[in-house]
Design a protein around this ligand. Sequence first.
Ligand SMILES: Cc1cc2nc3c(=O)[nH]c(=O)nc-3n(C[C@H](O)[C@H](O)[C@H](O)COP(=O)(O)OP(=O)(O)OC[C@H]3O[C@@H](n4cnc5c(N)ncnc54)[C@H](O)[C@@H]3O)c2cc1C
Length: 543
Amino acid sequence: MSTKPSSEETPDPQGAFPRLSDAQIAALDAQGRRRSTQPGDVLFAEGDRECDFFVVLAGKAASVEGHGTPEERVIAVHGPGRFLGELSLLTGEGAWYSAVALVAGEVLAVPVARLRELVAGDPAFGDLILRAYLLRRSILIGLGAGLRIVGSKYSPDTRRVRDFAARNRLPYRWLDLEADPSAEAVAAQFGVTPQDTPVVIVHGRLLRNPSNSELAAAIGLPAPSEPQASCDLLVVGSGPAGLSAAVYGASEGMRVIVLDATAAGGQAGTSSRIENYLGFPSGISGAELAERALLQAQKFGARFAVPAEATSIEQDDGHYRVRLGDGTSLTSALVVLATGVRYRRLDVPRADYFEKMSIYYAASQAEALLCSGDPVAIIGGGNSAGQAAVFLSAHAAQVTLIVREGDLGEHMSRYLVDRIARIPNVHVMTNAEVRELHGEAALQAVTVVSNRTGTRHTVAARALFVFIGMAPCTGWLGGLVDLDDHGFIRTGSPGAECSLLETSQPGIFAVGDVRAGSAKRVATAVGEGAMAIRLAFERTRPT
Ligand SMILES: Cc1cc2nc3c(=O)[nH]c(=O)nc-3n(C[C@H](O)[C@H](O)[C@H](O)COP(=O)(O)OP(=O)(O)OC[C@H]3O[C@@H](n4cnc5c(N)ncnc54)[C@H](O)[C@@H]3O)c2cc1C
């Protein structure tokens, strides 16, 4: 990467910039139009939506961030046979960079609608494009391209905006007001004082402390559906269970709307590597699984609204009406509840204070970048804590895994226990509980107490990752469906003519982690999402 356009083609060690074969280019030729380029021609500009899909036929083109500004930087240079763009082309977000011709040449421009059809209809081509685009998104995240978030690490709104970007796999760079000298310069450039922060710069536009919905709209994430919209199937929650219901429902011809309060992917989207999901022998990152499933559901016509939080549900003239946080509502005769669970907050003194900057409930690429080279601690003895330990060990200087039980294998899968044992910079403390948090501007250390002997240890930690159990997201249901004593949704009550996944209300199904007795795994959530569609069809069929 350089700050000046170089005409050297970017090497491709990861397979993010594959070259199309002559046959593939010939097939695309019929769908698009060729055009010659001159040096400096802008093929698409940062922020553009629904731009064409470009293949370089002759000459070279570069992906350039901040094109024409003093901060201009070249992300990649592509020669003949390579194609331009990244995931935003398929998701409908504005482009995160401009594409600029470097020398005289020729490109093939294919309308994005045609590209989507080709991706959907030709598995080999579709997979090539999808894989490259997912890798390119990962590269952008790693480079800190995309959004600029300027704010203090002590501001809850800064943390909220950063979390929203991370959960939606948006590339961003956080300029920490306290620690990053460029933060004030950027704030001054846009005429904002530190009191106005956080601010977010999206495609050159400044947003002052935007709500998640405002940010989503500026980026081009799928907007909440129009008020009073109706559909055949309303899916609430787009983790693996909701995504699966959306894919199967839409592929069977239902008009499906999916809501999510935060981001598609749910908990699975925060997992660094899922290794026990069928068909991925070397594992798949939760972000990739979520992105693939989202595109798959959209391919079949499912419509998504993110962020859109369901706040209540009621019966309304033979349908169910779900109200959203923004005051709008949607109705449907069939509803799939797939709202999953939320990780429990840490209950130790000063946790509220450190929540703003040093405590995390997910360990994905975004969090890893923030604690790179630092010592970190993880609390929890389940698979999510184990995965986090393995993943963070590649980024952090030292990882301390703090487990309440006496044996790591009590709640963690054997493959993870074995893997952790082989990683030199992961230190496991069993029979151990975090009781105190230390630090001023940021977390520095935690006090760990043995629940067997009472011995106290101080453990260095700049970040604390917490995976200590879950609470179901069912508070908004207001008693419409039966819950168990822990707040999980009961399904399949004997004698109530309910099918396996149907709740106490006919036509409302519950799937995945939010369902009482579910297995709390990606595979089972996906299975239940698909099965709910089958059962929903049975419900609508006249007897
Ligand atoms: C870090 C981590 C690693 C994991 N690793 C593995 C693994 O390797 N293998 C495995 O099998 N399982 C793993 N799991 C568990 C797995 O991710 C879950 O079992 C699975 O995600 C459950 O899917 P779900 O769709 O039921 O719910 P969730 O994934 O919890 O998704 C629920 C969605 O509903 C949304 N939502 C909640 N309330 C509302 C509302 N009121 N309105 C709108 N939307 C709402 C949420 O924002 C969320 O996106 C892991 C979990 C974590 C956290």
